[in-house]
Write a protein that binds this ligand. Structure first.
Ligand code: ZN
Length: 365
C-alpha cells in the first residue's frame, strides 16, 4: 500500500480539485476505510460556492461506502476487509450531547482546541467529514470513534443500493419522523430533491395516506410518485396553499416537511398546516426566516416546528440498511450517474448545474 492517495479538496470559492494527500495514521479509536463509492451532496455545492465555509485544503464529502482497511487497536466488533458504511454524522457516543439525546450536535472533540464549551454541545458539530475533518471524496477516509459509527453492509447489497444511507436517507427519514406522522395522515412535502424524495418515501413507510409533493420540476415530481406521492403540485402552475386546502376540504395538512431551506417553502409549509399540525424542517437556510402572523395563529395555534440534522451512528445505519435489505424502498433509483474519482471536477459541474436529470452521482475511486 502506497503512503499517498487522491483526494478532492476545497481550494477556494469556485474550486474543488483533486490533489495527492498522505493516507492518515490510524489512532486507537479510528478505522481507515478504503472508499469504494461516495457521492456529492447539495451541501458540498454550498461549500464549492463558498457559501458554507470550510478550511482550505480540507477533503470534501461525507457519504462513505467502503471496506475496512485498518482498524484501531481499541475498536471492537469489526474485521479488516469487511464492507461497511459510516454515517455522514459521526459523533462520539460517549459525549454529553449523545447522552443528552442530540448526538448530531456533539462538539466534544473540539473542547481541547477551545472551539466548544466544556459540555461539548455545539450545533451541527457531529458533522465532521468534509466539514471539520477530511472527508470521503478520496481513496481513503479515517472514521473517528469507529466503534459507534461503522455499520456492516448486509450481504447481497450493492454500493449503489446503500449509498443513500449515510446522509440522504437518514436525513429524509428524520424529516418524516419529525413530522409526527400517524397512519391516515395527510402530509405535504416541499421540494423533491434527493432528501425531499427520501422524506416522501419515509412518510409512506410511516403510514401517511395522502402524500402531496411540491416542486417546480416535473421530472422530479414524476420520481416522487414512485417514492410514494399520491398527488404532485408544480408550484409554477398553481397556488399550492389553496390546492392543499381544497384537497383537505379546508382542514389543512396534518404535517408539512420543508426540504429546501427558503423563506417561500418554509412559509408555505406553515400555511398548509391544520391548527395543531407539525412543520418538520430539513432545509439549510442562508438568511433570517420570517414567520407570518396569520399562518402562525399569532403563536396560539398549537403548531410544532421541528428541525434536524442527519442522525448518524451504527444503530441508525443498521436500521436504514435493514429497510434497504427488506426491499421496503429502492433508493438505488436516485443514483442517476457514475463518475471516476479522477473526474470529480466534471461531476461537480454536472451536479451544481443540475443537468441531465441528475439526482445523485456515484463517485468511484
Ligand atoms: Zn449531505
Amino acid at each position: 500500500m502506497s503512503s499517498m492517495m487522491k483526494a478532492a479538496v476545497f481550494v477556494e470559492p469556485g474550486r474543488i480539485e483533486l490533489v495527492d494527500k498522505r493516507i492518515p495514521e490510524v489512532g486507537p479509536n479510528d478505522a481507515l476505510i478504503r472508499i469504494t463509492t461516495t457521492t456529492i451532496c447539495g451541501t458540498d455545492i454550498h461549500i464549492l460556492k463558498g457559501e458554507y465555509p470550510v478550511a482550505k485544503g480540507l477533503t470534501i464529502g461525507h457519504e462513505p461506502v467502503g471496506v475496512i482497511e485498518k482498524l484501531g487497536s481499541a475498536v471492537q466488533g469489526y474485521k479488516e476487509g469487511q464492507r461497511v458504511i459510516a454515517g455522514a454524522i459521526c459523533p462520539n457516543f460517549n459525549s454529553y450531547a449523545a447522552q443528552d439525546g442530540a448526538p448530531s450536535q456533539d462538539g466534544s472533540y473540539l473542547i481541547p482546541s477551545g472551539l466548544c464549551g466544556c459540555h461539548g454541545l455545539k450545533a451541527t458539530a457531529g458533522w465532521r467529514f468534509g466539514n471539520l475533518i477530511d472527508g470521503t471524496q478520496a481513496e481513503y477516509v479515517l472514521v473517528p470513534d469507529a466503534e459507534g459509527n461503522l455499520a456492516p453492509i448486509p450481504d447481497g447489497l450493492t454500493d449503489e443500493q446503500v449509498l443513500m444511507c449515510p446522509d440522504i436517507m437518514s436525513t429524509g427519514f428524520k424529516g418524516a419522523e419529525n413530522a409526527n406522522i400517524r397512519i391516515g395522515d395527510t402530509v405535504v412535502i416541499f421540494a423533491q430533491g434527493p432528501i425531499g424524495l427520501c422524506a416522501t418515501a419515509g412518510a409512506r413507510l410511516l403510514g401517511a395516506s395522502t402524500i402531496i409533493t411540491v416542486d417546480g420540476n416535473n421530472h422530479r415530481l414524476g420520481i416522487s410518485k414512485k417514492m410514494g406521492a399520491d398527488l404532485t403540485l408544480n408550484f409554477k402552475n398553481c397556488d399550492v396553499v389553496a390546492e392543499v386546502m381544497k384537497i383537505t376540504n379546508g382542514r389543512g395538512a396534518d404535517s408539512a416537511i420543508e426540504a429546501l431551506g427558503t423563506q417561500a417553502t418554509f412559509e408555505s409549509a406553515l400555511r398548509v398546516l391544520k391548527p395543531g399540525g407539525t412543520l418538520s424542517s430539513l432545509g439549510v437556510y442562508s438568511s433570517d426566516l420570517k414567520i407570518p402572523l396569520s399562518a402562525f395563529a399569532a403563536g396560539l395555534g398549537d403548531h410544532r416546528i421541528n428541525t434536524a440534522l442527519c442522525p448518524g451512528g451504527k444503530e441508525r445505519m443498521r436500521r436504514l440498511l435493514n429497510v434497504v435489505a427488506s426491499g421496503r424502498v429502492d433508493l438505488g433509483v436516485l443514483v442517476t450517474h457514475s463518475y471516476k474519482l479522477e473526474d470529480i471536477v466534471a461531476a461537480y459541474d454536472l451536479f451544481a448545474h443540475q443537468r441531465d436529470g441528475v439526482l445523485k452521482i456515484a463517485i468511484k475511486p
